[in-house]
Design a protein. Structure first.
Length: 204
């Protein structure tokens, strides 16, 4: 793609680094921004800068938050005895959108993937075990994607948690193998949470 301006080329190149954004889409976005008032551009830039500078991770569940403890963990309406383990913040948002789950979360920050050099020590597994051992938890739901990496992580977590006096569940497999939670429709995902099953039965 030929550019008449180096500034335009640099801006398109930066937008093109975003996931799912090709060069043509990046060009459309940049040209759209060029046609906006200066105040809109400044507000857009300030929002990104403030996001990067001020965003926090919840000290309890590691979800993205504005405060040291996120709104979900600090809410008196949430059932603290049920912990739903997810890969990242996108999965928290997907499950919250179903309006079918009212416990709390634990964000692992990824999945075990030896091929990518990601092992248990790279994830927030120790803090999950500490929460489960604290005595308040009665159930841990392993709500991870139906992929090889997701199943490997579930198997590892089950081995670590099985000695504790808590119920270990997995979401029902209305989700096809290879599917990631963020792309599952809300009805299917909500039903899979409600009809969750003990982990032992899921492996039969």
């Amino acid at each position: 793609m030929n550019f008449s301006s180096k500034l335009l080329e640099d801006a398109v190149s930066e937008f093109g680094r975003l996931p799912g954004i090709g060069q043509k889409t990046a060009l459309r976005l940049v040209l759209h921004l060029l046609n906006q008032p200066d105040t809109d551009i400044e507000r857009f830039a300030n929002a990104l800068t403030k996001l990067k500078q001020d965003i926090k991770h919840c000290q309890v569940c590691y979800n993205i938050a504005d405060e040291p403890v996120c709104r979900i963990c600090s809410s008196p309406k949430r059932d603290k005895s049920i912990i739903c383990v997810v890969e990242d913040t996108r999965d928290v948002m997907a499950i919250e959108n179903t309006d079918q789950y009212h416990g709390v979360y634990h964000v692992l920050g990824g999945l075990i993937s030896p091929m990518d050099g990601i092992g248990p020590s790279d994830l927030r597994i120790d803090s999950l075990l500490q929460r489960a051992q604290a005595g308040d938890a009665k159930e841990v739901i392993l709500a991870l994607s139906a992929t090889m990496e997701g199943d490997t992580t579930i198997f590892y977590l089950h081995k670590k948690l099985m000695a504790l006096p808590i119920q270990i569940s997995t979401i029902a497999r209305g989700i096809s193998f290879g599917g990631e939670l963020e792309y599952v429709d809300e009805v299917t995902l909500g039903r899979s949470i409600i009809t969750r099953i003990p982990y032992e039965r899921s492996t039969v």
